[in-house]
Design a protein around this ligand. Structure first.
Ligand code: ATP
Ligand code: MG
Length: 321
């Protein structure tokens, strides 16, 4: 089963990204034909700093490999290394009714937030359709906010297939209900744009500073504490085995320890959990040529599929030669 997913090259990753998305991919690469691309063309819609986008694209590859994506198991490439996607995007545009895009929440939400309503932002779902259809992807893991975009892809694929036969696989989306929302320092959903994140690859000092800022109630040190409503506990349990969770619950219920203790404990849990990832990251940062070689190899594999698909599509729509 071919599963396709894209990961925005948007800078520092936080533990919400890890438990909400990357960890699932690391599992998926074992049991599916996982295709992961870094959507740097998509990123052009919001990031207008060329140097940052180049750095972020490479950084995204480094981060994912550091966190367990194995390029021998998954196919990892940068979107822009397979130019066929832009060609298919244009062809598909001819099969995309304006009304379909005008109804897209993603576009409307971004414009409502004050982002300039340019054409690339508007046609973003068509490029996404090209990403999916070019590689015959069958399943697209998404968050709820992305369901509509996959539905648009399905509509476009069906329209094209009605015209030309069974050319594109019509993909399904998959929402993983088991994925919990990771709370941020203030208890709201951890999100870059809320400034409430704990970053995976920060320094130990920054990590301690971040955990010390987690909002808690004012139960005094000696009294029992409610782990069910505690943000520190909610984060700590992501890093613990079942028996360790039970032990931590007991410490909360017993009293005698302040939130400062629990925050310090959380900091060590996080620091230890990502120790290996940090080492790998340092290695890749020092060996960028290896990362480029891996991306080249992934792109070659993706391109082989893409060029065959485009050969068929070109012929059908009448692009001569
Ligand atoms: P932004 O603030 O720009 O939306 P973000 O921090 O929310 O950024 P995204 O780039 O939107 O991060 O999300 C990347 C992936 O991480 C998505 O699959 C998303 O569902 C997941 N994710 C992000 N934040 C969380 C969270 N707090 N809990 C669980 N999953 C999350
Ligand atoms: Mg988000």
């Amino acid at each position: 089963m071919r599963v396709l997913t894209g990961i925005q090259p948007s800078g520092a990753l936080h533990i919400g990204n890890y438990f909400g998305a990357i960890k699932q991919m690391v599992d998926l690469q074992e049991k599916s034909d996982l295709f992961i691309f870094i959507p740097n063309y998509h990123a052009l819609t919001s990031l207008k700093d060329g140097v940052a986008l180049k750095n972020n694209t490479l950084d995204a590859a480094i981060n994912f490999m550091s966190l367990g994506i194995d390029p021998t198991k998954a196919t990892l490439w940068a979107q822009s290394d397979v130019k066929e996607v832009l060609e298919l995007y244009w062809v598909l545009s001819g099969y995309t009714p304006m009304g379909l895009l005008e109804r897209a929440h993603g576009y409307k939400d971004k414009v409502a937030k004050g982002i300039a309503a340019n054409h690339s932002l508007f046609s973003y779902p068509v490029l996404m359709a090209a990403d999916i259809l070019l590689y015959d992807a069958e399943v697209i893991p998404v968050g709820k906010d992305q369901i509509q975009h996959v539905e648009i892809t399905r509509d476009i694929a069906i329209k094209f297939n009605n015209e030309f036969g069974d050319i594109f696989k019509v993909p399904d989306f998959k929402v993983d209900d088991n994925v919990a929302t990771v709370p941020g320092l203030d208890g709201a959903k951890m999100s870059k744009s809320y400034g409430n994140t704990i970053d995976i690859f920060c320094t130990e000092k920054e990590l301690k500073k971040a955990t010390s800022r987690i909002v808690t109630d004012s139960t005094p040190m000696e009294e029992p504490k409610d782990y069910l409503t505690c943000n520190v506990f909610a984060l700590a349990k992501l890093f613990l085995e079942k028996d360790e969770v039970v032990a931590l619950q007991a410490r909360y219920q017993k009293g005698g320890e302040g939130y400062g203790h629990f925050k310090a404990y959380l900091a060590t849990l996080i620091w230890d959990y990502f120790a290996q990832a940090r080492e790998k990251r340092a290695y890749y940062v020092a060996h960028k040529e290896e990362v480029f070689a891996i991306l080249d190899e992934g792109a070659a594999k993706a391109r082989a599929i893409a060029s065959e698909k485009m050969r068929v599509v070109r012929d059908l729509v009448g692009i001569y030669r």
